[in-house]
Design a protein around this ligand. Structure first.
Ligand code: KG4
Ligand code: ZN
Length: 346
């Protein structure tokens, strides 16, 4: 079975093609980084127009890369939410149009489900598993029991973890997108230099909070600025702060995921693996802490390769394939949704 997937829910226009033998036949991604950089964040209207401009060319490029034509496909999948609705509509309409013209089944993919199932493509992980979904818009712990079968164990009560990376990076003058920049800046820094708050740490449950951490960084940065004046922040300070922020975030994620394991154990629910997905899963410090945790819990740790952690079309194609091969197809009247919680996918 060959499925083409389209991703346009945020600032990446992406197309992927996968087959049921778990081979990635094509993976093309066009990032809109340059368009949004002047604004320090994603501008929805600019994103939608950029998706519209590029998507046709990317679909052609993906087919070329895979040496396939539309006639070779067995299905089409597109992210239909959650996300910035203008962009989502562009991808969904393109996917539906191809499916309609070629007479193929269509799958309306939930972006979060695409992140959630990626590790099954890349690491062949078996259900059920514990998923830590950490991206720019989401931060949640989920029990993944099967395709379309999710139980949310906890989520953020304020910012998503990617937002915390992005906002603290901005405070440090590191630019956008903040996560990768902050990780780079942290390389030479002492992670124990600042004793930053770790909200919720040690508390029961699986919810997250990052606003206290962000506020603490803002105050420390402001204090440093009043010391240095127009000289700006010293490189050593930035490196140490970046490393300290990253360590605090990794501690929070590992603590909450640890609670999720406890919760599942108490409920008699055994899992095969700890899986991390979403853009923040690209972070090496986060990966290291989660690897440690999985080791302690005696389960496998699975993290997709970095390029498949951030938004891509391959994960959408794969989620579509998983759904289509179970007979789950969607009509062309399926709606696009700005909000679409994962535990309602079924
Ligand atoms: O999954 P994703 O590409 O888009 C969303 O669906 O949100 O995630 C993007 C987020 C951004 O906040 C970005 O700063 C963060 O993932 N991110 C990282 C790293 N790479 C991307 N955060 C920390 N370290 C990284 N290496
Ligand atoms: Zn994403």
């Amino acid at each position: 079975m060959l499925v083409l997937g389209i991703e346009t829910s945020c600032d990446e226009t992406a197309v992927g093609i996968v087959d049921s033998a778990r081979a990635i036949r094509a993976n093309v991604v066009a990032t809109q980084l340059a368009e949004h950089q002047p604004y320090g964040g994603v501008v929805p209207e600019i994103a939608a127009r950029a998706h519209l401009d590029r998507l046709d060319g990317l679909i052609r490029q993906a087919l070329l890369e895979a040496r396939l034509t539309l006639g070779d496909l067995d299905g089409v999948a597109a992210t239909c939410g959650p996300g910035l609705i203008g962009g989502v509509m562009v991808g969904a309409m393109a996917g539906k149009a191809i499916a309609a013209v070629q007479g193929l089944p269509f799958s309306a993919v939930n972006h979060l489900e695409a992140h959630a199932l990626t590790a099954r493509l890349t690491n062949d992980v078996a259900f059920p598993y514990l998923l830590l979904l950490v991206s720019g818009g989401h931060c949640q712990l989920l029990l993944v029991k099967g395709v379309g079968d999710y139980r949310r164990l906890g989520g953020t009560i304020d910012d998503a973890v990617g937002e915390c990376f992005d906002k603290t990076a901005k405070l440090l003058g590191l630019g956008y997108p903040g996560g990768p920049m902050l990780e780079k800046a942290a390389l030479g820094g002492d992670s124990r230099a600042f004793d930053l708050p770790r909200p919720m740490l040690g508390r029961s449950g699986c919810d997250f909070s990052f606003s206290g951490l962000k506020t603490a960084v803002r105050q420390l940065v402001a204090a440093k600025f009043s010391e240095t004046g127009s000289d700006g922040l010293p490189t050593v300070f930035v490196a140490a702060m970046a490393a300290s922020v990253q360590a605090a975030i990794a501690d929070i994620l590992a603590d909450r995921a640890g609670n999720a394991f406890r919760l599942l154990r108490d409920g008699g629910e055994a899992v095969t693996a700890l899986v991390v997905g979403g853009g923040v899963a690209a972070n090496q410090a986060v990966r290291a802490r989660l690897t440690e945790l999985a080791g302690r819990e005696g389960v496998a740790f699975a993290a997709p390769p970095i390029g498949l952690c951030t938004d891509n079309g391959v994960m959408v194609a794969w989620a579509g394939l998983e759904r289509l091969r179970l007979g789950l197809r969607d009509g062309f009247d399926v709606r696009t949704r700005p909000r679409w919680p994962l535990d309602s996918v079924a």
